[in-house]
Each structure stands twice: as C-alpha cells, then as structure tokens.
Ligand binder design. Structure first.
Ligand SMILES: O=C(O)CCC(=O)C(=O)O
Length: 266
C-alpha cells in the first residue's frame, strides 16, 4: 500500500469518527522533539506574554495565549500538519479560514478562566448556533504534555454535535474525559459540547490549538490586522485565504480592489 493510500484511508476513518462522535484523535502528528520545542516556547509565553499576564488574577487562572501565530516563527505552520489539515478541509470546506490560533495552559490546582471572558471549564460549543450540519468549525488541539484524568483532559459529550441545542449547566451522564498523548491531535467539531477538565497535578497542562471555520461566520480574531507585516509579505495564496484576507469586505471601492489577494490593487 502506498503512503498516499494509507493516508487517505486514515483520513476517511477519522472523518467517519468525527461525523459520528463529533471528535477523533490523530496519533503521533508531532515528533517528541517538536513537542519539546513547542512546549518550551508556549511555557515561556505563559510567563512573559502581556496578554496572559493581563488576563490572570490568581494562580488557578488559565494561561491563555491569543494570536499564537504572531508570537514566533515557530508557530506559523503547526496547524497545517499534513495528516490533520486535509481532514479539516473535508469537514469545513476548501474555502475555510482560521478563526483563531492559541495556546492554553491549565495550571496546577485548577483551570478557571480569569479575565479572559471565556468559561473553558463549563460545557460550551465554539459555534454561534448549535447546528449539526453543515459543520461550521473544527478545533484541532495539540497537547504538549499527555492529557490525563489527573491533569484535566478535555471533556466531551460524544454525539452532542448532532443534538442541535446549547449545553446547559447540567452535565450529561454521557460526558467523558478524552486522554490524548503529547504529539497527538485531538480534533472536534465546533458544535460538540466540550470543556476543559480540572488539573489536579503540580505540572501545567500545556497545549496549542487552532480553530478553522467557514468564511461566512465571523472569526474570533482578525488576523488581517494583526499579523506582523514581514509574515504577511511571505504568505502563500492559501495562507492569505486561511488568515481571512479573501473573506474581508473590500475597504476601497471595487474598481480598486484585488479580490484575488484581498487587498487594494497596487
Ligand atoms: O483544552 C481543552 O481541554 C479544551 C479547550 C476548550 O474548551 C476550547 O478550546 O474551547
């Protein structure tokens, strides 16, 4: 069997799992060396990023790095992993955009949201409406330490992406914790009921993630106005689309607008 063929078969199995359960785990997408490099960098950001510091009030608050992609060259591409991204495209469409790219650290003893305004520990969905179909968004989460019941593995309610309703404070009996190893990718659709667990260990539960969505739902973040210019200058056409340059409305009259590049004509 060729590598391409086995990759296609792997992708089909993951697609089926996501459509049925709302989530899947794609094993070993990062090498141990990559995991160590990413982990060291995100944990440095937990201590130094002004946004993380501004949002935390006490030791139990999350380390939440927003706009991770602009923090270092190291983070520019991890979400385009060639065993993950093709599955995303199948689910959300070839015109999908990045809604956000971030890192989440669950601190020892907790994992509440601090001043970020988002309650990660309660069951929630990423989409504005709880639609089972079409898929509006897909989250790809890359644990940088093993996620276990002890350190607060991600909680999900299998099949809830098809229920067409929002979670309430009541936690369904079918809720489970998903143990995922460092280097794997946990993928779930944005309509799946999910939450962070509680970290009862002494080590930060570090991860990085990207959310992809359809271009006609407002993303969480406007990358067109926040990416460093030297990165924008290097973007491929596909990256320009992913970062939303092609889905923004023209901000000059149409005769001056380059729809192919999502910017005014030279
Ligand atoms: O990292 C996790 O365990 C879940 C993260 C989450 O709830 C989210 O990204 O909305």
């Amino acid at each position: 069997m060729t590598d391409q063929r086995s990759l296609r078969q792997e992708a089909v199995a993951h697609l089926e799992a996501v459509r049925r359960n709302g989530f899947t785990i794609i094993p070993d997408v990062l090498t141990p060396a990559e995991v160590q490099r990413y982990r060291a960098s995100v944990e440095r950001l937990y201590a130094t990023d002004p946004g993380v510091v501004a949002k935390r009030q006490d030791a139990c608050d999350l380390f939440h790095v927003e706009n991770l992609v602009s923090k270092a060259k190291l983070f520019e591409n991890f979400f385009l992993n060639d065993r993950v991204y093709p599955i995303v495209i199948q689910l959300v469409g070839e015109d999908c955009v990045l809604k956000d790219v971030w890192s989440l650290g669950l601190p020892p003893g907790g994992g509440v949201s601090g001043k970020s305004g988002k309650v990660f520990g309660s069951l929630h969905i990423e989409d504005p409406y709880p639609l089972g179909s079409p898929v509006l968004s897909v989250i790809t989460s890359y644990p940088l330490v093993d996620f276990t019941a002890d350190n607060g593995s991600t909680r999900v309610v299998p099949g809830s992406h098809l229920w067409g309703r929002l979670p309430t404070a009541e936690r369904p009996e079918s809720e489970i914790g998903v143990d995922v190893r460092a280097g794997d990718c946990l993928m779930f659709v944005g309509s799946l009921w999910h939450a962070t667990g509680v970290n009862q260990t002494q080590q930060i539960r570090s991860s990085m993630a990207a959310c992809f969505g359809v271009p006609w739902v407002k993303p969480f973040f406007d990358f067109t106005r926040t990416l460093p210019q030297e990165f924008v200058d290097r973007l491929s056409d596909e990256q320009r689309r992913l970062f939303g340059f092609l889905s923004q409305p023209p901000y000059v009259e149409r005769w001056r607008w380059d729809a192919e590049r999502g910017c005014p004509r030279e």
